[in-house]
Every structure is written in structure tokens, then in C-alpha cells.
Ligand binder design. Structure first.
Ligand code: ZN
Length: 192
């Protein structure tokens, strides 16, 4: 197991489209475990391979509510559909085959740490994919997990949540990032 380095916006590597994975090999499942470990170590709920500098179509997610201090998502928030999905989830070559409704959520991203903005997504999705054992699976979900999967699939196409904001909101957020940077980088800067 290994904690991988996460690329941060505006790294151009986050903008590349990822390639399908031809076969679920031992190396691929090992990499999925490294991605999960990395995601947990940064308290994330989802992570896509391009965020750790691999242009392959794989994402991991674990949106199970954690009743701990500071958690934005609580046990009573999980929907019945979400509870039926076995998590953590590894999705290889995921394809959304059905999408319905509309919802919004205050999204964040491990590649844009400490910034949040409201994003519109489909409320319900069905996703076909392979799991880490190479088995074909169909995930039917709504709730936070549906939002998270859509966010991570965007990464596989080189898209970030800031691309889904209005130009005004996106520009405001980009200006803030430019001015204040990210939390771990601020330590090196003065208080100004
Ligand atoms: Zn993200």
C-alpha cells in the first residue's frame, strides 16, 4: 500500500482524457488499493486515477456517512439506494447508462483542496463498470454517492467541478485560488 501524490489545479495533467483499462490485472487492483488508501488519508470520499497522475479510467469512492466531528454527511443522510451499494467502490471503465432528475451539492475536490461550490448533477444514475476483481457490475444510486461518481467520471474526461459553474462563479473561485493558494502551501507564505 502507498499514499500517492495528488495533483492540484491548475496542473495541466488534470485536463487530459483518460484511456480505458484493457484488463483488470493484479497491478490494476493493487493500484485501486493505493488510491483508496490515498483517498482515506486525505479524508476524501472519491478519487479518480488522473488525480494521482495515471491517465486510466478508474475511480474509487466511499461515501458511507461517518459520524465523526467535522463530517458534513451523517448516518441519517444515506439513502436506501446508497445503503444497498457495497462500499468502498472501485469502478473501472465506468459508463453512466441511465440518468434522471436534478440535484445540487456543495462540492469539493482533493485536487482543489479547501474550496467548495454548489454544482448541479443528475439525482439518480445507473453506472456500468468493472470492479477490482474484473467482474462486470451495475451500480444504481442516488444521494451523495451518485454525485460523487459523476464528479469522479468528470476527472476521467479531464473535467473539474469548476468547469460546471457559471463563468462569474468560476472566475471568482479561480481568482481566490490564485490569491490564497491551498492550505498546505500557505504555511510557506507570510500572513498577508
Ligand atoms: Zn475531484
Amino acid at each position: 500500500m502507498a499514499i500517492l501524490e495528488i495533483l492540484h489545479y491548475p496542473d495541466p495533467r488534470l485536463r487530459k482524457k483518460s484511456e480505458p483499462i484493457p484488463a483488470v490485472t493484479e497491478e490494476v487492483s493493487q493500484f485501486a488499493q493505493d488510491m483508496l488508501e490515498t483517498m482515506y488519508s486525505f479524508h476524501g470520499i472519491g478519487l479518480a486515477a488522473p488525480q494521482v497522475d495515471r491517465r486510466i479510467r478508474m475511480l474509487v469512492a466511499d461515501c458511507r456517512p461517518k459520524d465523526e466531528a467535522g463530517s458534513r454527511y451523517h448516518l441519517e443522510d444515506a439513502t436506501d439506494l446508497e445503503k444497498n451499494v457495497q462500499q468502498p467502490l472501485v469502478l473501472i471503465n465506468p459508463e453512466i447508462v441511465k440518468k434522471e432528475g436534478e440535484t445540487t451539492y456543495d462540492e469539493g475536490c482533493l485536487s482543489i483542496p479547501s474550496y467548495y461550490e454548489t454544482v448541479k448533477r443528475f439525482e439518480y444514475i445507473e453506472v456500468e463498470a468493472f470492479n477490482e476483481k474484473g467482474e462486470k457490475i451495475l451500480v444504481k444510486t442516488d444521494g451523495l454517492l451518485a454525485i460523487c461518481i459523476q464528479h469522479e467520471i468528470d476527472h476521467l474526461d479531464g473535467k473539474l467541478f469548476i468547469d460546471r459553474l457559471s463563468t462569474i462563479k468560476a472566475n471568482r473561485l479561480k481568482a481566490k485560488i490564485k490569491k490564497f493558494g491551498y492550505p498546505d502551501e500557505q504555511d510557506d507564505e507570510s500572513e498577508e
